[in-house]
Ligand binder design. Structure first.
Ligand code: GLA
Length: 380
């Protein structure tokens, strides 16, 4: 990929620049907890974005997406937002860097990626983190890594219409080969956990379902959580986020909030605890508990948080039936992948069954990705 990018760069912009990379992510457990001040447990993966970048001495950015075969040109002022959705990520990162007092001047770039789009693997965070990291290096802005992750998150909020949490950009900036990272999204304390479950594999089954309205549905979920937390705060002023709430505090406000908001909050409060339970289980090497928690998360995401879909429920049910240790919908939901913890000896029969039965039911085969936990944003 890097060679292809370089070839195109030379063709379009002359002498080559420097190459930077960043990664997509998986999340073992802790879904929709980040914007609720809870824990997440992601890791960067061996699928990502590479960008070659060189200053061009002007105040314009020329960005070429190898995957779309398209170029966008834009300036660095707020009113220069490009029309192309993919270019808005780069524009947003430039703007958010400038807002933080960083220097950004015109540059040429060619980039490409191999994170499947719409699969819940955070291709957009990979793109944001790659440019946030690269600009910080090139202009020697001295912005710390957390702030680089926040540059990506604010790009989503302010230029892409998704009111996301910090998990994806955090994983993409902080990712380390072989490690999952438990992040407390309230305090921003984090801890690396070497993840090499002997006798098991992590595999993603991509339903290939992409939900058109996923970003607005995501924003609605977040609003539900904020309403529930605000209701609880009236009785318990120390509550800032749903992650601060005890389950019984939620019961106290049952008739003050909608039944829908109640279900959303019930899921989140359970999920915050499950991340901690999974970390404990991992330290004991108890993968059966890890897997059981994954199934519980799937149930919650499907029945309480309602971000699953028929295809993902089908995959989770199938996984349970054939004896997969843990399976759940991963990421924001509304399509994308299930993440599966599978015993080595079950890997081939499971993948074969998932492909065949899914194709029979839905008329197309799912995609299968083996997960390799890898490094995040870096210079190549
Ligand atoms: C998306 C968001 C993240 C997080 C997950 C759900 O990936 O970008 O911030 O909320 O959904 O866990």
């Amino acid at each position: 990929m890097q060679a292809k990018i370089h070839k195109k760069f030379v063709e379009l912009y002359g002498e080559g620049g420097e190459a930077y990379a960043s990664a997509g992510r998986v999340n073992l457990i802790g879904e929709h907890t980040d914007y609720n001040g809870g824990f997440v447990f992601p890791g960067a993966i061996d699928k990502g974005i590479i960008a070659e970048i060189k200053l061009n001495g002007t105040d314009k950015i020329h960005a070429y997406s190898l995957d779309y075969g398209a170029e966008a040109t834009f300036g660095l002022n707020e009113e220069d937002k490009p029309a192309e959705a993919w270019a808005c990520y780069i524009f947003g990162v430039c703007r958010e860097t400038i807002k933080r007092g960083g220097k950004v001047e015109g540059f040429d770039t060619v980039f490409a990626g191999d994170v499947p789009l719409g699969a819940g693997l955070s291709s957009s965070a990979a793109l944001e983190s790659c440019f946030a990291f690269a600009l910080n290096e090139i202009f020697q802005n001295g912005i710390d890594k957390f702030e680089l992750a926040k540059i990506g998150q604010s790009t989503e909020h302010n230029y892409c219409g998704v009111n996301c949490g910090i998990m994806d950009q955090f994983a993409s900036c902080f990712g380390k080969a072989g490690c999952l990272i438990r992040l407390n999204c309230k305090t921003l304390e984090y801890k690396y956990f070497p993840f090499n479950p002997k006798g098991y594999k992590l595999v993603l089954i991509d339903s290939c379902v992409k939900h058109e309205l996923a970003s607005s549905a995501y924003n609605f979920r977040r609003q539900s959580c904020e309403r529930a937390a605000a209701a609880i705060k009236k009785n318990h002023p120390e509550v800032d986020f749903l992650s601060d709430c005890k389950r019984i505090w939620l019961d106290e406000v049952r008739d003050q909030i909608s039944s829908e908001d109640f279900l959303r909050a019930e899921y989140v409060i359970g999920e915050v605890q499950r991340v901690l339970d999974v970390c404990d289980a991992l330290e004991r090497g108890d993968y059966e508990i890890v897997g059981e928690m994954m199934y519980q998360t799937h149930f919650g995401m499907s029945k309480l948080y309602e971000v699953s879909c028929e295809e993902l429920d089908f995959l989770a049910k199938l996984a349970r039936r054939v004896g997969v240790t843990g399976c759940r919908v991963m990421g924001g939901g509304f399509g994308g992948c299930t993440i599966n913890l599978v015993k080595d000896e079950l890997y081939l029969p499971f993948v074969a069954a998932a492909k065949a039965e899914y194709a029979l039911k839905f008329g197309h085969a799912p995609k299968v990705y083996d997960v390799v936990i890898s490094d995040g944003a870096r210079k190549l």
